[in-house]
Structure formats: structure tokens, C-alpha cells
Design a protein. Sequence first.
Length: 300
Amino acid sequence: MSLRGYVKLARPFTLLAPFFGFACFALVAAGSPVGGRLALDGALIVKILLGAAAAAVLNMASNSVNQIFDREIDAINKPERPLVTGEVSRRGAWIACVVFYLAAIGLSLLVNMRFFYIVLVTSFVTYAYSGPPFRTKRNGFLANLTMALPRGGLLVIAGWSAVKPIGYAEPWYIAAVFFLFILGASTTKDFADMKGDEAHGCRTLPIIFGVRRAAWIIAPFFVLPFLGLFPGILLGVLQGNTTPLLILAGLLSLYGAFIAYLILRRPEEMATESNHVSWKHMYLLMVLAQVGFAVSYQLG
């Protein structure tokens, strides 16, 4: 089994969002006046980096368990995946998967117990998405829910938990915004995978409703969650620097509307292009939102 195969199993590009997302939401917590602003000293920076590493490694575990149980689907949709090509054996993938999960849990213990419990919950959710007896990806609605929970809502709470207690309204409001965004946006990857998913009983939204209707269903999720930032800012729930937050909310709403336009303009293209331009913009939008929140709160 090749090292290159295990790198492909981990899918390094997908690790950027959880790593930087965790770090950004930890910076949000540090900059929030709720519970007192915190200086970014050496100890706090180390804690944030350990947590970010745990988030990235946990994503490696999620990628691995998904490929283990999706080998037959990947043979149709993504034949370059390492379990399909034979670069990694199923046994080797299982060993890597367990090591990744244990490493993420171990790193979380170096941060604090709040984060440790969140990692445990997230580990269960990521397994439930792909693995039996749950395999929520077979149902389009449950699939989106179990994608949005760890990659949207829990990532925000995890980053905040590394720095402060989570018993405030502010982190949960931000988590709800990102949860709703990923709830719809996660479907963008399903359009090009319809052939393999349908052949193996995974009823994603494009399969249930058809390409065009599914596109109309998910389009609002690129805009409405970010419009929801405005009442949070005006009501004082979000306590970062008001001007940058308002600018960020406007930019994210406009960018989301542009992505929705790309999706609705010719939705049939999403079913034929493995990396439709909307998916790339969705990823960039998420990174912009994460970094924008960190900057807005660190400005004070």
C-alpha cells in the first residue's frame, strides 16, 4: 500500500475548511466581549492550533470511513479513489480510520473537556453519515442534516469551546447560520454523483426531486442564512465590530445570491460536471464567512 494512497484517502484539500474554520471561530470567541475579551498569548494560540489540528484529523477520519462504505459507489462516480484503484486496501483504510479518530480524540483532550465531548459527538455523527446501521446518506434529508451538523453548526461551537464556555447565545446564533448554509449547500456535491448513488440506494435530493427542483430547493440556503446575520447584529446578539459585521453580512448575502444564480441558470450542468463551478464558489463562500467573522471580532 502506497503513502500516496493514504494521502488521497485523507483528501488534504478538504482539511482546510475545518482547520481554519476552527481557528477562526476560536478567534471569534477570544474577541467577543461576552465573558470578557481574551489576549492572544502563547498558551491560547497553542490551544487553538491543537484544536484546529483535531478538527482537521477528525475530517480525515470522516473521509476515510466514507470511502470504506462507499467503495462501490465510488467505483462508478469517483474511480480514482484509492480504495477503488487498490492503492489502499480496505483493512489499511480501517486502520487509518481508527488511528485518525483516536488522534482527534487525543488532541481534543489536550484542549479541554468541553471540546473533547464535542469531538465525541462529532465522531459519532460522521460515522452515522456513512456507516451501518445508520447510513443516513441513504436519505436525502438526513444526509444533509448529518453533513450540516458537524461541518456547520458543531464546528462553530467547537472553536468557541476551546476558548470559552458555550452557554451563551452568541456562538449558537453563529452556529445556526453556518448549519443552515451547509444544510442546503452540501447538496451541490450530489448532482454529479446521481448515477452511483441511485445504483446503490442513496436517495439524495436530486434523485428524489429531480435536478431542477432540487436546485430550486437548495438555492435559498445560499442567501437566507446570511441575511439572518442582520437581525443578530442589530439586536446585539452578535457583538463583534458592528461595521465590519454589517459589511460581511452584505457581502455574504450577495455572494450567496450569485452562487444561487449559477445553480439556477443551468441546473442540468451540475449533473454532468464533477466539479461544477457552484461547488467551488460554495467552498470559497464558506472560507470567506469564517475569516470574515474572525476579523470582525478581532477588530473589537
